[in-house]
Write a protein that binds this ligand. Structure first.
Ligand code: AMP
Length: 400
């Protein structure tokens, strides 16, 4: 059984072909600059040389065709023809409040994905284009939608409703949805297995700390709360996103700078976070860390503020669940930056009885318990793998 995993952006397409017997990646790749000049396919078959093709890709349909040609090519291919693909799993950003889990795609599902265009304006249209491109290239093959919002749909009303007039929820479905759901779901389940916790009752906090960053709280794998909201802007300080902010700041800056709310949201999404706080050093945590080490005060404070907010949410979510059994770090910063993990745990979580084992914490990108044997809470590094999570969900749906 081989599952083709597709993640479409507005001008990009990321893919992996996964052998589900071994859960090994047979090939992965990326189409960039679809629909614009300079399109490029980078195809990486496992155990073979990388193949790069610079050729026009006017649409996602053209990109899918090139990817399938690469996958079946006699030199850099990994399958003899597309019949070997069992199903296609698509990452879809927003399923609104209709879909609480992954689903086999039909016309009704596509209608809902379309209806959610205004909730996910950058991603949902591209996701739908990717689905239709796969349907055209491989007619009759099952396509499954794995929604990034599905994990958050388990939240209670008290966690997902904003304290604004209820009519906005009724009219426009304005609520907390949460994102990175596939990652939070995958990492929380892996943490339960790896930490040998009770799968029904385990209270787990997952810190997905990457360029986009979010935290979730879950009990027995079911989401209790999560930091991102109706869009990914809410919650933690991120690479370029502000996270939580008093909405009155928006009005104040708009009035003083003579900009409209759309421009302001662009600033909050693309020019804020550690990039903005550091005075423009970088959105990359490594660059900001280096600047801080070299004495840049704004960079130092940006990183401190990032860690501080992570710790505040860990505290809040421990209260929300009335306890915590495990804290799992994942994504670019969470998997690679031992200093950030140590600082969050040692500076803020001592009251929970969290103790980090420095030797165990000296690790990158590997599943490992990083807390000391006498720590009251198990702290773990669990690498995220959204593609594998999508492939597993897809297989489960087609086997139903
Ligand atoms: P992601 O969005 O999960 O790909 O994470 C990207 C972020 O992870 C970037 O800001 C990187 O700076 C950060 N990152 C990757 N490797 C490291 C590292 N070794 N130390 C600190 N941050 C890292």
């Amino acid at each position: 059984m081989k599952i083709f995993v597709v993640n479409c952006g507005s001008s990009s397409l990321k893919y992996q072909l996964i052998d589900m017997e071994t859960e090994g990646v047979l090939a992965k790749g990326l189409c960039e600059r679809i629909g614009i000049e300079g399109s490029k396919l980078t195809h990486t078959p496992t155990g073979k040389d990388k193949f790069v093709l610079e050729t026009p890709m006017p649409s996602h349909k053209d990109a899918i065709k090139l990817v399938l040609d690469a996958l079946t090519d006699k030199d850099h291919g990994v399958i003899s023809n597309t019949d070997e693909i069992t199903a296609i799993g698509h990452r879809v950003l927003h399923g609104g409040n209709t879909y609480t889990e992954s689903i086999l795609i039909d016309d009704d599902v596509k209608k809902v994905i379309r209806e959610c265009f205004d909730l996910g304006p950058l991603h949902n249209p591209a996701n739908l284009i990717g689905i239709e491109a796969c349907e055209a290239a491989m007619p009759g093959k099952p396509n499954v939608a794995v929604f990034d919002t599905a994990f958050g749909m388990a939240m209670d009303e008290k966690a997902y409703l904003y304290a604004i007039p209820y009519s906005y929820y009724e009219k426009y479905k304005i609520r907390r949805y949460g994102f990175h759901g596939t990652s939070h779901s995958f990492v929380s389940k892996e943490a339960i297995k790896f930490g040998e916790l009770d799968p029904k009752t385990a209270k787990v906090i997952v810190c997905h700390l990457g360029n986009g960053a979010s935290i979730s709280a879950s009990i027995g794998g079911k989401c209790v709360d999560t930091t991102m909201g109706i869009t990914p802007l809410e919650g933690l300080i991120m690479g370029t996103r502000s996270g939580d902010i008093d909405p009155a700041v928006i009005q104040f800056i708009c009035n003083h700078e003579g900009i409209d709310v759309n421009e302001m949201l662009n600033i909050l999404n693309k020019k804020s976070g550690i990039l903005g706080m550091s005075g423009g050093v970088s959105s990359d945590f490594r660059d900001v860390g280096k600047a801080a080490d070299e004495g840049n005060h704004k960079a130092k404070v940006a990183l401190e503020a990032f860690e501080y907010r992570v710790a505040k949410y860990i505290g809040a979510y421990t209260a929300a669940m009335n306890g915590v059994d495990a804290i799992a770090f994942t994504a670019g910063v969470g998997e690679n930056d031992k200093a950030v993990r140590k600082s969050i745990c040692e500076n803020y979580l001592g009251y929970l009885g969290v103790k980090i084992d420095d030797e165990a914490n000296d690790v990158r990108g590997k599943k490992r318990v990083i807390s000391a044997a006498d720590s009251k809470v198990k702290v773990m590094l669990i690498p995220t793998n959204e593609e594998l999570a999508i492939a597993r969900e897809t297989l489960e749906i087609v086997n139903k």
